[in-house]
Design a protein around this ligand. Structure first.
Ligand SMILES: Nc1ncnc2c1ncn2[C@@H]1O[C@H](COP(=O)(O)OP(=O)(O)OP(=O)(O)O)[C@@H](O)[C@H]1O
Ligand SMILES: [Mg+2]
Length: 279
């Protein structure tokens, strides 16, 4: 499998004319237009990156898809259903793993299906398989404080995948990790994708990470919209050596140039400046 091809697979996420305006938080501040007319789609089994300057609305968009927040205009459809609220069909993986400190690795992973009263004979073997897939076999009885940052992130990934989500929403999932662990986690994510083929929308600040992991990259602008779509032509499975190739370096340069040219626009500086004055 080389990855999804547009047209061959169904659209998993449709983002249609999304506008999100946050009202003023004090008398001195004004409202913030975080997203303004965002249109995008993600195909089934596709890994799509979301890149853009700080404050351009990436987390806001993920929160809307997760159902944690409501847009002012437009609609989001996931697997044919319009999003109204959170659900186990969309799992969020955060930058800082939100594990329950008083539960073991095993209890954290099975939390969702157990709470929903699902049959343990169905989900427990899958949980064991997932823990093995993320390299945590034998650590089931550890508590989160006994784990490294990368291990916690792997628990979070296994927990998310146990719910068999249609969509994995990842908000800078490896941003807090050192570069070696980060690189291992990226390879792990590709391995896990190779096993389960979840649809993934990944927010990252790292151009190299986006090119290594994604089928396609959306570059967001500072005006709350998508400025550019960049296809990533590398076939799957991808290995670490890919990032040493000339073609990878060329694409990385193009992507960094696209990001820089957007941020250097005068209207961008102004807009981001305005947004920052809200704080
Ligand atoms: N709950 C909120 N109330 C008011 N303003 C908000 C709220 N959430 C986000 N914003 C504003 O909306 C804009 C977009 O924020 P968002 O968190 O989506 O940015 P981001 O692209 O994820 O940035 P970063 O890369 O720094 O994480 C920012 O100007 C932010 O201050
Ligand atoms: Mg963010």
């Amino acid at each position: 499998m080389t990855g999804p091809e547009a047209g061959a697979l169904r659209i998993m996420i449709s983002i249609l004319g999304i506008k999100r305006v946050f009202p003023p938080t004090s008398k001195r501040s004004t409202s913030v237009v975080a997203l303004n007319g965002v249109n995008a789609e993600v195909f089934e089994e596709e890994i799509v990156g979301l890149l853009g300057p700080s404050g351009c609305g990436k987390t806001t968009l993920l929160n809307l898809i997760a159902g944690f927040d409501r847009q002012n205009e437009g609609k989001i459809i996931v697997a044919g259903r319009q999003i109204e609220r959170p659900g186990p069909d969309r799992m969020m993986v955060f930058q800082f793993p939100a594990l329950f400190a008083w539960l073991t690795v095993w209890q954290n992973v099975i939390f969702g299906p157990k709470e929903r009263g699902e049959n343990p004979r169905e989900y427990e073997p899958r949980a064991r398989g997932l823990l093995e897939a993320v390299g945590l076999k034998g650590r089931e009885h550890d508590y989160p404080y006994q784990l490294s940052g990368g291990m916690k992130q792997r628990v979070q990934l296994a927990r998310a995948l146990l719910n068999r989500p249609e969509v994995l929403l990842m908000d800078e999932p490896f941003g807090a990790l050192d570069s070696q662990t980060r690189s291992q986690m990226q390879e792990l994510l590709l391995e896990v994708w190779g096993l389960y083929h979840p649809t993934i929308l990944l927010v990252t600040h790292d151009a190299e990470e986006a090119l290594f992991l994604c089928h396609r990259i959306y570059v967001m602008g500072c005006n709350g919209g998508i400025r550019e779509t960049i296809p990533v032509p590398f076939s799957f499975p991808r290995k670490f050596d890919l990032i040493g190739t000339t073609e990878f370096a060329r694409l990385k340069y193009n992507l960094l140039s696209a990001l820089r040219s957007g941020e250097e626009r005068p209207e961008c500086q102004r807009q981001l400046g305005d947004k920052f004055t809200q704080d």
